[in-house]
Write a protein that binds this ligand. Structure first.
Ligand code: MN
Length: 438
């Protein structure tokens, strides 16, 4: 059990993405603080947290011991009644409070020592300004969450409340590796009537066939006008119908578009679409065929033929792992390890002696450093000695379960006792959204 935190960051109930992103952003500005997420969060935030919670230092309100809290940081609100279970803290006279917020219309009732409140598109923009000033760089995952928050609160930078600085904050996050695929996945798109109609039609008219023991869905939809966000509609549809893969063929006047989604590593729809002239990832692919005479039925039969001849092969760890693996010898001083992590923008490093794994050091371990001279101590004094490893043939689902069950952030991949790669939580997240890079 971790000790109850002295410095906490919290936000409003019915937490939206700007609120969650602001908690995560503030944790970069207040080292040693812990984010406290209310029990009631919006549906898309909940969806995000259920897959990413362990990647961040987040707790629930009941895990806070109010008596121990010395500093409270409130983001995306400045109202006591919008916080979850913070009444104990409200009575405290000796508490230091900082506020970061952009709701300028409502006067808040939290009396703070430091108030950063202004009329701007998203609270994260104010936090990002401070990050830039202090030269703090978010990780890819952090930048992605911050971007989702920024996009949600500004309607992808289109709401009237958007300020030039919000757009510059978006640029900063993209520079730091924010992943637009993941961002799009979690931003709920606005559905228009036409799009809803198509979704309903997809659900009514699908054909399900079994090919090589897998259930495949096919739809042919004729469109009389251009409809945006077709791929999002298909993703939603795929999430509703229970098939291993789905192919939706849209027939326009002058061309056909196929949008394909797969929920199983056994069917690589990106590879299949490539054979038709398109492309994509194993989980998501598409192709546009430009010809006047394109018929949906012919195209469907072509895809069926390809599926029948496609050899079934499950994605393996070897397809997902990163390499080369960065390692350090056990005698490396801690300050050098930290520099290497910053330079390579990674959160964990394997400690090896020749080719033998001695341990692993992760960003979290640096919290063990209490005295300045410990920065000169060898990494072997701080590393975790027990390191779980996997082989390149391991199915990703098995590796994912290991990571979740045993709370492991990194899994080195060993072949003939040699490290040939490493799997991180981010790699697994990427895999599960079907975003495997080519
Ligand atoms: Mn907000």
């Amino acid at each position: 059990m971790k000790p109850a935190p002295k410095q906490i960051i919290t936000t409003h109930i019915n937490t939206d993405f700007d609120a969650l992103a602001s908690v995560i952003g503030a944790s970069l500005l207040y080292p040693g603080s812990v984010g406290v997420i209310p029990r009631m969060v919006n549906a898309n935030v909940n969806r995000f947290l259920s897959s990413h919670k362990s990647a961040f230092d987040l707790i629930l309100p009941n895990e806070v011991d109010p008596a121990l809290v010395e500093k409270l940081i409130v983001v995306d609100t400045d109202q006591w009644h919008r916080l979850d279970r913070m009444d104990q803290l409200r009575k405290r006279q000796d508490l230091t409070i900082d506020i970061w917020d952009h709701h300028v219309q409502n006067p808040g009732n939290i009396k703070a020592d430091n108030v950063h409140k202004e009329d701007i598109g998203a609270t994260v923009t104010i936090l990002i300004r401070e990050m830039k000033k202090r030269k703090i760089k978010p990780s890819t995952l952090e930048a992605t969450v911050l971007l989702i928050g920024l996009y949600e609160d500004t309607g992808l930078l289109s709401f009237n409340s958007t300020k030039p600085e919000d757009a510059m904050a978006a640029a900063f996050l993209l520079e730091n590796g924010a992943d637009l695929n993941v961002a799009r996945f979690f931003l709920s798109p606005p559905y228009e009537d036409k799009q809803r109609e198509i979704l309903l039609e997809l659900l009514k008219t699908n054909e399900k066939v079994s090919i090589n023991g897998r259930l495949i869905g096919f739809n042919i939809v004729t469109l009389d006008k251009k409809v945006t966000n077709l791929s999002t509609i298909v993703t939603t549809y795929r999430n509703i119908i229970n098939v291993d893969a789905t192919f939706v063929i849209f027939v326009h006047d002058s061309h056909c578009t196929v949008i394909a989604r797969s929920s199983t590593p056994a069917i690589n729809v990106g590879g299949l679409m490539r054979k038709l002239g398109g492309g994509g990832h194993p989980g998501a692919g598409s192709v546009t065929i430009k010809q006047q005479s394109c018929t949906g039925e012919e195209l469907r039969d072509n895809i069926k033929k390809l599926l029948k001849t496609e050899p079934v092969r499950d994605i393996q760890i070897a397809d997902l792992m990163s390499f080369p693996v960065i390692t350090v010898p056990p005698s490396t001083p801690m300050h050098k390890v930290k520099d290497l992590m910053d330079e390579k923008n990674i959160r964990g490093i394997i400690v090896t002696d020749a080719d033998d794994i001695q341990g692993i050091i992760v960003l979290w371990d640096f919290k063990k450093i209490k005295k300045k001279n410990q920065w000169n101590s060898p990494v072997k004094a701080f590393m975790t000695r027990e390191v779980r490893t996997i082989t390149p043939e391991t199915p990703p689902s098995k590796a994912a379960n290991m990571m979740i069950d045993e709370n492991i952030g990194y899994l080195p991949v060993l072949q003939d006792k040699k490290i040939i790669g490493i799997i991180s939580r981010t790699d697994m997240v990427t895999y599960f959204y079907g975003l495997v890079p080519d």
